[in-house]
Design a protein around this ligand. Structure first.
Ligand SMILES: [Zn+2]
Ligand SMILES: [Zn+2]
Ligand SMILES: [Zn+2]
Length: 89
């Protein structure tokens, strides 16, 4: 994958899919989510910034895993929090 500026997305050969269609953190606390994102470093699936708990971006910042992929059916894109880079694949 390449958008020409983000080395994190450049380094991804194969996109990690969601293991389960649920936010792992929301499930633990009984919260709801809107959309799901899968961390491309460790493969955890968490909720988007439009969800009340924003677990995906919190995870990205707290453990420095820069790239997420959409886990929504029909959506094929990657996003890097470090470079604010968005790539469709
Ligand atoms: Zn990047
Ligand atoms: Zn969540
Ligand atoms: Zn991660």
């Amino acid at each position: 994958m390449s958008d020409g500026s983000c080395t994190h997305i450049d380094a991804i050969d194969e996109v990690k899919p969601a293991a389960a269609h649920q936010c792992e953190e929301c499930v633990k606390i009984g919260a709801r989510w809107l959309h799901l994102r899968t961390c491309q470093t460790c493969g955890v699936t968490l909720c988007c910034d439009s969800s009340p708990n924003r677990h995906a971006s919190r995870h990205a910042r707290s453990v420095s895993h820069p790239v997420i992929a959409s886990a929504e059916p029909g959506e094929r894109w990657l996003y890097c929090f470090v470079d604010d880079a968005f790539v469709e694949y």
